[in-house]
Write a protein that binds this ligand. Structure first.
Ligand SMILES: *Cc1c(COP(=O)(O)O)cnc(C)c1O
Length: 735
């Protein structure tokens, strides 16, 4: 396309159609130039509509769009983006095509009760969903045969505000499919594909929406149909909404309904991957299908087992759904008869001890019994899970329990904040020819070498690229520090805007001058995640006076930014929020501590990019993996964490900070005490001195060395490209 000739009317029409196709594929959420196009079309709209490409396209009139595209420069950039999109979608040389062609015929079906893709589609409650979203994005990047199944929660996960009593309150907003990157799943006549599942005495109908995640379709099931009774229409209202009856119905819809939808679409997956136990009812549907063809239960169940994989995500008891026999009987009266099982035989599928008639039905147990392989999400979590579920494998020692581990990762391009991507783009743009630093062996690097770095995006996915962080001639300390400063400033300005909006609802807060809130030069420590109590958000404020002293040090100030949601029914978690919000308003930490409301993917991105230190202090070993610290890595934010989950594998003594060692006391009280002490010690003896030790030119050389080490060592390992390849090589493909 020429750079100065205006387009013809029909060329413009084509571009507009393609732009709308682009907006309906989440690929744009991890492609910087695409986002810049939507942003440029309506900068205010982009901000107000929360970075929603579909909504921006609706906001800009067709006439305006045509006029704007008459600018040859803009049109040529739009064209460039669309060309990249098409070549991504049609790439014939993907990893999947070369290494897993059989999955293109018979894909992986990945079932997850939540998916976190982007802030405009808030259907995730936390890390589990974000991981599922990142898994799908990397499956697409790798060109894997992959379809996802989840539910379309039309009110999503709750939105959080903090009221005058510093108590979390929840509200919900209705999502509008028209403004979301999803399309109805239609049959050849153009009508919605409708399937049904049995719930108690009713047949509940559902339809599906297709979310395009690059090359991979994710189907979201939706019971909001006129033919359903109101309470069934609301089954897909909210993420984990309602009581245990709603919960089990959602899980039946996900597991049983998900399989039925795939069949209705003519999809015959080679493997069914259960991301957490919520989806485990799919095993019953697969077994039922085989029995309907005349097989006996034992054979059908064994064959189903060969098709299924299970990833467990938490050692926390409450994370494992358990349902009473009565509830199952009520909600799914046909399960037993379809499987030709007695009540006790059926219950045995979900019991650790089948002869314990008082034991409820546990979804994790069903998933473990009916999968050919199971895994935890970090090395330590694998070990903890083997111990936790050894009871299911009598006669086996804990070591022999068949639960392995694949450590979680993040989708690096999806998490990287704009300025950082632009920073690397500039670097790479000027050094495309630069030689690649050669690496030692290591199996996970082989793939990256195979794929030629044809554009800078691909470079950002290569471990070789991240190893170059160690080279001061590639990136100087000055540039790195300037980048860190810029990211911190952006976070602080983001926080000021957010706090101003939060403050507008609370009249007493007029006295704060928001534009002076927080200090752009101060060491900034971030903590943001779900406020599950084992994550111990208030731990750092254990010895309040000492923390106040540290924070208010004139020469070496420290400030804290917190965010996170407590589950609506978790009063203990809400008390943690209350405590922190209270400290932020009424203690001597005023001005040094803020709480940003309504934590979500967008807030997460701002925080992991802009903080200097990412604090993580779970009660070990309850943080199965954790992923937010991985997101910090690619922005040069350093982890300060208990050696739990992924950090136990990531920390090497040079690339961040460890709280305590590779063990923990047995008693919870003792652990809380020791961890609080250790946290304080590392903070005062290592973190603060290192950050504030500046050389003659004002640079914190040792700190920047740690930043380089973090980028070079963590990003190449804790990403979903590596993770999904591991799933493919070790579990999806039968070798
Ligand atoms: C990454 C992420 C999480 C997971 O955070 P952890 O610290 O691993 O628990 C939760 N919520 C959101 C919105 C995230 O982006």
């Amino acid at each position: 396309m020429s750079n100065n000739k205006p387009l013809s009317a029909s060329e413009i029409t084509d571009l507009i159609n393609d732009l709308s196709r682009l907006a309906r594929n989440l690929w744009w959420t991890w492609h910087q130039e695409s986002q810049e196009i939507f942003h440029e079309l309506s900068p205010r709209g982009w901000q107000n509509l929360y970075h929603n490409a579909m909504a921006v396209l609706h906001e800009v009139s067709d006439y305006e769009l045509r006029v704007r595209l008459q600018d040859p420069e803009f049109a040529s950039r739009v064209h460039g983006v669309l060309t990249s999109f098409d070549s991504y979608m049609k790439d014939p040389n993907t990893w999947g095509r070369q290494n897993a062609p059989e999955l293109l015929e018979a894909p992986v079906a990945y079932f997850s009760a939540e998916f976190g893709f982007h802030e405009t589609l808030p259907i995730a409650a936390g890390g589990l969903g974000v991981l599922a979203g990142d898994h799908a994005k990397s499956a697409s990047d790798l060109g894997l045969g992959f379809v996802g199944i989840s539910l379309f929660y039309r009110e999503g996960y709750f939105q959080q505000t903090i009221n005058q009593d510093n108590w979390q309150s929840e509200y919900y907003t209705l999502l509008n499919p028209k403004n979301l990157p999803m399309e109805p799943v239609l049959n050849s006549k153009g009508d919605p594909v409708i399937c049904t599942v049995r719930m108690a005495m009713s047949q509940v109908a559902f339809r599906a929406w297709r979310v395009n995640v690059g090359r991979c379709p994710i189907y979201l099931l939706d019971t909001n149909l006129e033919e359903n009774e109101p309470h069934h229409r609301d089954l897909t209202l909210r993420v984990y909404g309602g009581d245990s009856t709603t919960r089990i119905m959602q899980e039946i819809l996900l597991g049983v309904g998900g399989v039925r939808l795939l069949r209705a679409l003519g999809c015959q997956p080679s493997v069914f991957h259960m991301n957490e136990g919520h989806a485990a009812f799919l095993t019953l549907e697969l077994t039922r299908e085989k029995m309907a063809e005349g097989k006996g239960f034992a054979q059908a169940f064994q064959e189903t087992r060969q098709q299924c994989l299970f990833t467990t995500h938490t050692p926390v008891e409450a994370g494992h759904d358990r349902f009473s026999g009565e509830l199952i009987d009520y909600v799914a009266p046909k399960f037993k008869s379809q499987l030709k099982l007695s009540h006790e035989e059926f219950m045995a599928l979900g019991r650790v001890n089948p002869s314990n008639l008082a034991e409820p039905f546990c979804m994790t147990v069903l998933a473990l019994k009916c999968s050919r392989a199971a895994n935890g999400v970090s090395e330590l979590h694998g070990a903890v899970s083997r111990e936790m579920w050894a009871c299911l494998y009598p006669g086996k020692s804990v070591k022999e329990v068949p639960i392995g581990h694949i450590t979680n990762g993040i989708h690096v391009l999806g998490w990287m904040k704009g300025p950082v991507r632009r920073f690397w783009r500039r670097k790479l743009g000027s050094s495309q020819e630069a030689e690649v630093v050669s690496l030692g062996g290591g199996e996970s690097t082989a793939f990256w070498r195979q794929k030629p770095a044809t554009n800078w995006d691909a470079e950002l996915n290569s471990p070789e690229f991240w190893k170059r962080m160690l080279d001061p001639t590639f990136v100087s300390d000055e540039e790195l520090w300037a980048l860190r400063y810029r990211l911190r400033r952006e976070l602080i300005e983001f926080s000021r805007r957010r706090l101003l909006l939060q403050g507008q609802r609370l009249t007493q807060r007029d006295f704060i001058t928001f534009d002076q809130l927080l200090n752009p030069d101060a060491l900034t420590i971030g903590f943001a995640r779900r406020f599950a109590t084992y994550k111990r958000a208030p731990l750092i404020f254990h010895e309040l006076n000492s923390i106040v002293e540290i924070a208010k040090d004139k020469q070496r100030p420290v400030q804290f930014i917190f965010a996170g949601k407590a589950h609506p029914r978790d009063d203990e978690g809400k008390r943690f929020i209350q405590k922190i919000v209270h400290l932020s308003k009424y203690s001597d930490l005023l001005g040094h501590l803020v709480f940003i409301e309504n934590y979500d993917i967008h807030v997460a991105r701002q925080m992991v990019a802009g903080c200097d230190v990412w604090l993580n202090n779970p009660r070990r070993p309850l943080e199965a993996s954790g992923t937010s610290g991985m997101k910090a890595g690619c922005h040069g934010c350093l982890n300060l964490s208990i050696l739990d989950g992924w950090w136990r594998e990531g920390y090497d003594g040079t690339n961040g900070f460890a709280i305590g060692g590779d063990s923990h006391p047995d008693s919870v009280e003792e652990q809380d005490k020791v961890d609080a002490q250790n946290l304080f010690t590392v903070l005062t003896e290592e973190v603060i001195p290192c950050f504030y030790s500046r050389d003659a030119s004002g640079l914190p050389r040792q700190w920047l060395q740690k930043v380089r080490r973090a980028m070079a060592t963590l990003v190449p390992q804790f990403n979903t490209w590596r993770m999904v390849q591991e799933y493919a090589n070790r579990l999806y493909l039968r070798k």
